[in-house]
Write a protein that binds this ligand. Structure first.
Ligand code: PAF
Length: 289
């Protein structure tokens, strides 16, 4: 596995592969990898096929953290990440530092205007501008044929798909299902920062989503379902509920009446200083598969 610290090094590595016509699949991460990330690597490996190449990136992107957020305390363990990546068939990892990525004179940003300002974008102003800008830069540096992103960051995935469509980026975006711990907590690098009591309390998100999934086909309105989910979360005293939203799963438009199409329930909850998100797509009729 090649470890590249500079744009020039990763560009040269990918350029050599391209000569053979091999597809390149990218998995951008902020490191501190867990099984959820490793499942993204496996999806990338499969998409790349036997002749293709997989590139992972590890970069804790400062521009997607707001003032007072957890940029400094975001967990990092690069040596462990490299070991884990070696076991998943990743061909190269790009792990630059912030100076390599951001020119102090830079003036250009990428922003999906409406999508970036709703939902998590309201709680974390500027967050999706940081995400769209770094992902564009990684796409331009590595020029992948496809890129894999986790569905846990549902709005992030929507932002990236919208950006790729709007800016005519010729990259296939692949969404990967959420992986969960044995008690339902969605895997996240931030989970290690939960204290013992918060860790015990945090699976309330998954339980609230499970209940909502069961209730969705009963003819309940989106507003009532939302109130029910919020009440379930609020019964857990350690949960500081930041937002509960139910949106059209395809467009992220607001809905309040009866569910007629698949809807996504989006949760943002803080435990102490740790900000967790989770989501579930629910259906107005029982799935028969
Ligand atoms: O999902 C993440 O880990 C980050 O937001 C991403 C896509 C790597 C951009 O920094």
């Amino acid at each position: 596995m090649h470890i590249c610290r500079t744009k020039a090094a990763i560009r040269a590595t990918v350029r050599d592969w391209r000569i053979t016509g091999a597809p390149v699949v990218l998995v951008p991460t902020m490191g501190f990898l867990h099984d959820g990330h490793l499942s993204l690597m496996r999806i990338a490996r499969e998409r790349a096929g036997k002749d293709g190449r997989v590139v992972a990136t590890i970069f804790v992107n400062p521009t997607q953290f707001g003032p007072g957020e957890d940029l400094d305390s975001y967990p990092r363990d690069e040596a462990r990440d490299f070991d884990l990546l070696r076991g998943t068939g990743v061909d190269a990892v790009f792990a630059p530092d912030a100076h390599e990525i951001y020119d102090p004179q830079a003036q250009t940003i990428v922003e999906t205007t409406e999508l970036a300002r709703m939902l998590i974008g309201k709680l974390r102003p500027g967050h999706f501008r940081g995400v769209a800008t770094i992902v564009t830069k990684l796409f331009n540096i590595i020029r992948p044929d496809a890129a894999v992103f986790g569905e846990k960051d549902f709005q992030q995935l929507a932002v990236i798909r919208t950006m790729v469509r709007d800016l005519d980026m010729d990259i296939d975006i692949i969404g990967a299902p959420i992986l969960r711990e044995h008690d339902g907590l969605a895997m996240s690098s931030r989970n290690v920062r939960l204290g013992a009591e918060d860790r015990t309390a945090a699976p309330i998100l998954a339980r609230a989503l499970n209940e909502a999934e069961t209730m969705a086909p009963t003819g309940i309105t989106a507003s009532r379902l939302r109130s029910h989910v919020r009440a379930t979360l609020e019964r857990e005293p350690r949960a500081q509920v930041q937002s509960v939203d139910i949106r059209d799963a395809a467009s992220l438009d607001s809905i309040s009446g009866p569910l007629t199409r698949p809807a996504v329930i989006l949760l943002a909850v803080k435990f102490g200083t740790v900000f967790l998100i989770d989501n579930r797509v629910v259906h107005p009729t029982k799935e028969t598969t």
